[in-house]
Ligand binder design. Structure first.
Ligand code: ADP
Length: 288
């Protein structure tokens, strides 16, 4: 199974004629909400990929629809802490007519995870399991250490990039996953050998590669050719599918191919989490 310690954000999207100037007040043309956050997106991807998936994280009170939305993907939300004094993480997303955006994020409960409760929630992780992590929560170090001690595979998606977090967590990581921009920042900051088993680097429409640092072998996967309409969440789809495939025992080339197909389909649809396909759709797409 997959254990995903990950952020949960409620996205509030306001469409405007133009982004407001300081001091200005403006009515939005429309408003919508959705489930977002890199962690929640990766849980959706792993669950839709068919992995038994548990989400670990934190929210404030209320907003029970978020829990139901996660449950509806097949993932287990029992490891989500409900913190009485924190707001649920959220993003205020302003979009103008040209699609230009301005975004405010409040991490809230995502960064206030109760360490002891997390430790208890992870107490049953074992050697056949995978822990997924991103950088939008607190307690990544504690979780990674606990999972590795239990013999689990730890996949760390180092996004949003934060060199201090990476330095701390890396000694407890099996596979480090990044996009091309994050990889560039990582290699600039840490030029020497990395203490991990493998590196996954995604390169948008240029595909992805996995470097096995123990054998020196690099596996390359081309992107599937599609017409992208919204690439938000492509990396999360890739990470969740890749983790699910390895967790099931797939070899690297098969895992890369499945994840590339899933994220290619995902970018052909608007939205992030809601745009993530399930395994049957992905297998149909590969066969086409
Ligand atoms: P992130 O969303 O983290 O920036 P990338 O942009 O590298 O990540 O995208 C992750 C993966 O999604 C890529 O490796 C690729 O497989 C797929 N992908 C992204 N953009 C496209 C695209 N335009 N066409 C096909 N596949 C894409």
């Amino acid at each position: 199974p997959i254990w995903n310690l990950g952020s949960i954000n409620i996205d509030h999207v306001y469409r405007l004629d133009r982004l407001p100037e300081p001091g200005a007040t403006q009515a939005a043309r429309s408003y919508s909400t959705g489930l977002g956050g890199k962690g929640a997106n990766q849980t959706v991807a792993a669950a839709r990929a068919g992995a038994r998936t548990r989400h670990l994280g934190a929210m404030g009170q209320g907003d029970d629809w978020v829990i139901e939305r996660i449950r509806a993907t097949g993932a287990c939300p029992a490891g989500i802490q409900r913190l009485p004094d924190e707001a649920t993480g959220h993003a205020i997303i302003l979009l103008d007519r040209a699609g230009e955006n301005a975004i405010v994020i409040h991490p809230g409960a995502n960064r206030a995870i109760d360490r002891d409760a997390l430790r208890r929630a992870l107490s049953e992780i074992g050697p056949d399991d995978t822990l997924l992590l991103q950088n939008e929560t607190s307690c990544q170090l504690e979780a990674a250490r606990q999972a590795r001690q239990a013999g689990a595979r730890v996949i760390y998606s180092a996004a949003p990039f934060d060199i201090d977090a990476v330095r701390q967590v890396l000694p407890h990581v099996s596979i480090l996953a990044m996009n091309a921009g994050e990889a560039q920042q990582l290699f600039a900051a840490l030029p020497g050998d990395l203490p991990v088993r493998g590196l996954l680097i995604t390169r948008g429409a240029d595909g992805a590669e996995y470097r096995d640092l123990r054998t020196g072998q690099t596996y390359r996967q081309a992107a599937f050719r599609v017409t992208a309409v919204d690439t938000t969440g492509a990396g999360d789809t890739f990470a969740g599918y890749f983790a699910a495939a390895l967790d099931r025992g797939d070899a690297i080339p098969a895992a890369l191919r499945l994840a590339a197909a899933a994220s290619a389909l995902q970018v052909t649809r608007p939205g992030a989490g809601d745009a993530i396909p399930d395994r049957d759709e992905v297998l149909d797409f590969i066969r086409r």
